[in-house]
Design a protein around this ligand. Structure first.
Ligand code: BGC
Length: 461
């Protein structure tokens, strides 16, 4: 039997069958139903949070807005100028987050945010303007309105003390107030998925789903208020509301065990949040490189890769002792490799393993392992997305997407469509649209539609 076939067999558990995907679909639909129900919400892993975003952009929005974007590997402050006619301009500044921000105290993190905001406002001479601000805060929160969001847990690489159970809006406002000279009104707190959906809907109104596949992974969608048992009656005069599914948590109450492998269990065990965000750990950028490392380590130990390599022992040591030695970015670089002598794989072998003259067979196998891990993520995401397209139930649904994994990996879109095509009901059509900076522009759009709504209400009927 050829070695690549043996490797294929060895990786079999990372290649979900039709039947497994079908079960994934059913289990996910059940979790969504439970998440929406008031009595069943407690048992659901996907909590289907109410975002209170009930107005959608027309494209005619105008005005100047500030936006903050916290949730990925960097923090950003933006000024967005909505120009009407589906058009917008923006200026932004990115700030690095160090361990002190990611793992320090909550008050420190919010002081850091206020400091960056202050710096940005001064640099752009905005001190005298009283600008509305949208805060994209991409972690699971219970919202009780647009400006009140209670943090339920940190995810991805964040774990700040004194924040879980607190209102993020109040923490932000207090930190801003501590810096005199900032005239800012926080008008909306939103998730990055909501921002993505709104920014795509600004250009393309049938955008009913927002999806992020970056460091973390999550989706939101437009639901009828009639299906939202937990929504108070006063919000039911509008027909729709965006639901933040928080599907990263799918699996916490079962539902994905049948596709979970030993690699996934190790990732979970070694993470900052064991037992939580189980689906996210199979599909998001923070974990894909690590899944490849674990699969490679086992494959090397089984003599399936590097079997003839003189550096086999040091390579095994690196794979064992250096978690995160394979960055998720590498998976995209390798898939983008156009040459037939694997230049990107060679580069990784050189950088990570000090291996200069790899056997072409090993290059081919490494590329294959990366592909299997990415394909599993894309295929599974296509299944859960299809469930949302069917749930939205419109003839045509645009899925707005953002996130580095989707943007940078050349095959991700195709892997997702493979299963979307199988699971979306025939009566519905869908398309996928890359968002233009969902987190920033989306935050400004939410701020704008809230502002317009308030003006309309104050004018009366
Ligand atoms: C968070 C979500 C977020 C997603 C993408 C997840 O870890 O729980 O709120 O939308 O990451 O950033």
């Amino acid at each position: 039997m050829s070695e690549i076939i043996r490797l294929r067999e060895f990786l079999d558990e990372l290649i979900p069958s039709e039947d497994q995907l079908q079960r994934l679909y059913q289990n996910f639909c059940l979790q969504i139903r439970k998440g929406l129900g008031s009595k069943t919400n407690k048992e659901a892993s996907t909590k289907c949070y109410l975002t209170y975003v009930q107005d959608f952009p027309t494209g005619n929005e105008t005005g100047k807005y500030l936006a903050l974007d916290l949730g990925g590997s960097k923090f950003r402050v933006l000024l967005i100028i909505l120009k009407g006619d589906h058009d917008a301009e923006q200026i932004s500044k990115t700030f690095e987050l160090t361990e002190t921000e990611l793992l320090g105290s909550g008050p420190h993190l919010f002081d850091f945010i206020a400091k960056c905001l202050h710096e940005f406002v001064c640099e752009n001479k905005l001190e005298s303007e009283n600008l509305p601000l949208g805060f994209t805060f991409s972690f699971p929160c219970i919202q009780t309105g647009l400006t009140k969001a209670i943090l339920l847990r940190w995810t991805k690489g964040f774990n700040c003390s004194d924040t879980v159970g607190e209102d993020v809006g109040t923490m932000l406002k207090t930190a801003i107030a501590r810096r005199s000279g900032l005239k800012i009104e926080v008008v909306a707190i939103l998730n990055d998925t909501t921002g993505t959906q709104m920014s795509c809907a600004h250009r393309n109104p049938p955008c009913h789903i927002g999806l992020i596949i970056g460091t973390g992974c999550n989706a939101c969608y437009t639901e009828s208020v009639d299906n939202c048992e937990r929504l108070e009656a006063k919000y039911k005069d509008k027909p729709k509301i965006i639901i933040n599914v928080e599907w990263g948590a799918f699996g916490e109450k079962g539902g994905i065990d049948h596709v979970t492998t030993e690699y996934d269990r190790v990732i979970d065990k070694n993470s900052l949040n064991p037992g939580a965000q189980l689906y996210e750990k199979m599909v998001a950028g923070m974990y894909l490189g690590e899944l490849v490392r674990l699969a490679m380590l086992r494959a090397v130990n089984e003599n399936l890769v590097f079997s003839q390599c003189r550096l086999r022992k040091p390579i095994t040591d690196i794979l064992t002792k250096k978690p995160d030695c394979i960055a998720t970015k590498v998976l995209s670089d390798i898939a983008n490799d156009k040459g037939d002598d694997w230049p990107a794989v060679r580069e990784v072998f050189k950088q990570v393993f000090n291996l200069n003259e790899p056997d072409p067979e090993d290059c081919k196998k490494f590329k294959y392992v990366c592909d299997v891990v990415v394909k599993r993520a894309g295929n599974m995401l296509g299944v859960t997305l299809a469930a949302l397209v069917n749930k939205v139930g419109e003839h045509f649904t645009v899925i707005g997407v953002d996130g580095t994994v989707y943007r940078c990996h050349p095959n991700f879109d195709g892997y997702m469509r493979e299963t979307l095509d199988k699971f979306v009901d025939q009566e519905y059509k869908y398309d996928i649209m890359l968002s233009e900076d969902g987190s920033g522009r989306g935050a400004a759009l939410v701020a704008a539609v809230v502002h317009n709504d308030r003006m309309e209400r104050s004018r009366g009927p």
